[in-house]
Design a protein around this ligand. Structure first.
Ligand code: FES
Length: 195
């Protein structure tokens, strides 16, 4: 399909280039009455076709090099109000966004599922009041409900993403491109939620 389109595009551009070059040639000779000969036409058509192929090839390479976003990770994702977990309940997991939305006493936290140790995905193992609510199955790092490290080799708590609340609807926006590191937990890390 692409080859057919490219050929048609080349022929059209060739025809336009031919007409344009012919017109310029006639104009430079001072007479608009002189028509381009067959040789001139073929040369201009060939030049136009080659030019269009080069342009399309360049555009194709450009598209190949253009960074492709995979999935929704890195963008802002919305969690509907009805999906926000109650205070102290097991978190909502968002696989695309790679976060757990936990509802602590201070508010909402979107915990990045990637362990800050070696990058494994840390699953929820619960219960919420356990010091190992999250635990890496590979190397054993453990975290409590708000992502604080309670054991294992991880160098710091789980990272968290910026959360915003739409007061009118109760919907929550998690910015999965804005990931914050921390050394401890403080209430300001949580976003109050009252909807
Ligand atoms: S990657 Fe962090 S403990 Fe496994």
């Amino acid at each position: 399909m692409f080859m057919i389109l490219r050929t048609m595009f080349g022929l059209v551009v060739g025809w336009i280039a031919s007409a344009l070059f012919g017109l310029l040639g006639r104009h430079s000779q001072g007479s608009l009455a002189v028509r381009p000969d067959r040789r001139q036409f073929l040369r201009n058509a060939a030049l136009g076709a080659v030019g269009s192929v080069l342009a399309l090839t360049g555009a194709g390479f450009g598209l190949l090099l253009w960074p492709n976003k995979t999935g929704a990770f890195g963008s802002e994702l919305t969690v509907r109000a009805e999906d926000v977990p109650p205070v102290g309940a097991p978190p909502l997991r968002n696989i695309q966004g790679k976060f757990f939305l936990v509802h602590a006493d201070d508010g909402l936290l979107a915990l990045y599922t990637k362990c800050p140790h070696l990058g494994c995905t840390v699953p929820w193992v619960g219960p919420p009041d356990s010091p190992q609510a999250f635990q890496c199955p590979c190397h054993g790092s453990m975290y409590d409900y708000v992502g604080l490290r309670t054991g294992g080799p991880a160098p710091r708590p789980m990272d968290y993403m910026t959360v915003r609340v739409d007061e009118a609807t109760g919907n929550v926006t998690v910015d999965t491109g804005d990931i914050n590191e921390r050394l401890d937990y403080s209430p300001e890390q949580a976003t109050p939620y009252s909807a």
